[in-house]
Design a protein around this ligand. Sequence first.
Ligand code: KG4
Ligand code: ZN
Length: 341
Amino acid sequence: MTKIISFESSADETSVAIVEDGHIILSNAVATQINSHQRFGGIVPEVASRHHIEWITRVLDDALQQANVKPSELDAVAVTYGPGLVGSLLVGLMGAKTFALAHNLPIIPVNHLAGHIAAANFNEPIIYPALALMVSGGHTELVLMKTENSFVVLGETRDDAAGESFDKVGRLLKLPYPAGKTIDEMAHKGQATIKFPTAMAHEDNYDFSFSGLKSAVINYVHHAEQKGETIDHNNLATSFQNAVVDALVGRTQRALSDFPVKSFVVAGGVAANSQLRQTLAELLEKDAFAAIKFIPVPRQYTGDNAAMIGAAGYWNYKQGHFAGLDLNTAPGLDFDLLEQN
Ligand code: KG4
Ligand code: ZN
């Protein structure tokens, strides 16, 4: 039995978790700063770092207490070193290094995006080769995993991330940040009365683009304002969300047709979206894909949390992939792109 303590602080959540064998969550303490950033309509990096500093030791104590585990029973310390905000990452990294030094434990460097994907193992074990749709506030990627802990990006967004487009439309509608969950709820109550463009449906690749859709929504709202018309925000939410889900599912379908995989994972904050989960489940029920196992990340682990870092950390642990106390942050860290020939 391998017990890993993990630290996550790449954005506005301070989190420490203890995970056994990569999939049994003994504790997952999360402190969110959303209330502090809401009045600014987004994350303010300096404010985020300060909050991480204030919270990290309390969250660490909570994680140890909830799991009822002593430091001497731990095998390693996993930590997110990128991608993310440099000031935020540094706090988690310092916390992890200090804990590792104090308790003589090895350090495992973890890519935050790998963490999001590894959280599928909290649902059931990923079967390889696997495809993952990674959709968060900063990333939108289709990732091929030929084997455990190997990642190749088939396609990614050329402009806004999927979550970012939800948050920008939310800002336009004066919804609190982050707006994804609220728009998801509003979309349930509305009708798809507005036809927005589905991004890049005809291009021969696996890339995404959401800025055209965002502009179409902005133009629609401004146009209505100029004419003094009132907009049904729920209908707008439904129509916008349909366009995002169409784009995500369309590209996924193409990738699943081209790459024979055994399982399909949807991960990242936007993977909490009910329409996205539902539409992907329906896609995977089609005859052509019926042999592929659909493994969505459990909804409560789609957003940033340290348990997912413990899950991905276990992959590195098994492969002997450790770091020294000189481990630094990598704010722009990403997976490699598929080599085009
Ligand atoms: O993965 P995450 O927690 O943080 C990043 O690594 O970016 O993702 C946060 C993003 C935000 O943009 C938020 O609006 C979006 O996930 N999100 C959602 C939903 N819940 C969170 N988007 C659509 N539908 C949701 N239910
Ligand atoms: Zn994230």
